[in-house]
Write a protein that binds this ligand. Structure first.
Ligand code: PLP
Length: 397
């Protein structure tokens, strides 16, 4: 192994949201931050070297996206996902969320109905509300510690007149990597009702052994023509601060509309490090990613076995992808304020509390597993001690 994922890198005073920003969010000092979805690992060495070389060059003018940049993306989609895409399908965005916001603004009207599937990454709901569209929810079904799509409810909601469905694939926070059958049924229903699908696939490269991500638009030509796939190298290679994304739009009309919106908002210029990082990560980052996911998978096993032994009322919902662990804490029988107090004040651990992802997330926590094992171990011990102490104190009252 070339990368040292065990290294505990001090991220304080790096303008890090996860480390420097945690106290301001949770009003508590000295928290172990296992919240924001970025990694505590260094990005792949070839990416850092390419960026360092560019810094050494020292001239930071405006950028264009050159042939080699597009080729690197096309090759990655082919090698990683067995998906043949055309270079002209690739559109730029300074992030997945700005692209989704732009699409909602430009492809729909205020008051139009847009569907999401909670519990889900909160900005996917916020982007609908903040743009004055009507948020329609099709909650995922949770049975036997596993999430699936509720197709009966979906059918009902689509019948009400939905303009856009925002799919989170793989799903943050529940970790599902949607299968071919589920995706095909969902897409078919959208075709029948003339619904555009925005497929947020930012976690698509972060897949555990035995699972396979299927890009929505790779399923069929008909599905591709009504899909906008949002992708990025930023989650995959720990580059989210670089803020860049690839918005893949096979349909020419939709692509023209998107590009004109991007230009109208003067967002068409790439960040210097966005282009460098994208190209070098997709070209040279595959080995690092394999090592990283093998490491994260061991962290997942640790969390699972530790909780089974020490706090069996906290159950990991086994993820198929993402470096996030969605933990069902309902058997603890703590209400949200108690769970928050226990985690933040007693354990000094900062997860994301499930309610953030919608009311369906109440009683759950999301832990970030992309951290050195020593930090994960410390977090688990602190959480376990806090819960046992809290219970003992409650018994004595
Ligand atoms: C599902 C999902 N979409 C989008 C984003 C954010 O993407 P970006 O920083 O490119 O806007 C995240 C970040 O956690 C995410 O989990």
């Amino acid at each position: 192994m070339n990368s040292n994922f065990d290294e505990d890198i001090n991220r304080y005073h790096t303008f890090s949201e996860k480390w420097d920003g945690v106290e301001k969010i949770y009003y508590e000092p000295d928290l172990l931050p296992l919240w924001v979805a970025d990694m505590d690992f260094r990005s792949p060495l070839p990416v850092r070297e390419a960026m360092a070389k560019r810094i050494e060059h020292g001239v930071f003018g405006y950028n264009i996206r050159m042939e080699s940049y597009y080729n690197a993306i096309v090759d990655w989609m082919d090698r990683k996902h067995n998906w043949t895409i055309q270079q002209e399908w690739i559109c730029y965005s300074p992030g997945v969320m700005p692209a989704i916001s732009l699409i909602i603004n430009d492809f729909t009207q205020p008051g139009d109905h847009i569907l999401v599937q909670p519990p889900v990454y909160a900005p996917l709901s916020e982007v609908v509300i903040k743009n004055n569209r009507k948020l329609v929810e099709n909650p995922l079904k949770y049975e036997n510690n596993r999430y699936t799509i509720d197709f009966i409810d979906l059918e009902k909601k689509l019948a009400q007149g939905i303009k856009v469905l925002i799919l989170c694939s793989p799903q943050n926070p529940v970790g599902r990597v949607w299968g071919e059958e589920e995706l095909t049924i969902l897409a078919q229903k959208c075709i029948e009702r003339d619904v555009l699908i925005i497929s947020d696939e930012i976690h698509s490269d972060l897949i555990y052994q035995g699972n396979k991500h299927i890009p929505l638009a790779s399923l069929s030509e008909e599905i591709a023509q009504r899909s906008i796939v949002c992708n990025a190298p930023t989650k995959t290679f720990n580059l989210p601060g670089v803020q860049t994304a690839n918005i893949i739009i096979p349909n020419e009309k939709l692509r023209k509309l998107y590009k004109s919106a991007l230009n109208r908002h003067f967002l068409q210029f790439s960040n210097t490090f966005g282009v460098i990082a994208t190209e070098s990560a997709y070209r040279y980052g595959a080995d690092w990613l394999n090592e990283c996911m093998a490491y994260v998978e061991k962290n997942l096993s640790l969390v699972d076995s530790y909780l089974k032994e020490h706090v069996p009322e906290m159950k990991v919902v086994q993820p198929e992808g993402t470096y996030l662990a969605w933990i069902d804490c309902q058997e603890l029988k703590f209400d949200t304020p108690t769970l928050m107090k226990c985690m933040l004040k007693k354990a000094k651990v900062a997860p994301v509390f499930g309610k953030t992802f919608g009311s369906e997330g109440e009683g759950f926590l999301r832990l970030n597993l992309a951290a050195p094992r020593s930090l994960i171990q410390r977090g688990l011990q602190q959480m376990s001690t806090a819960i046992h102490e809290y219970r003992a104190a409650r018994k004595n009252v």
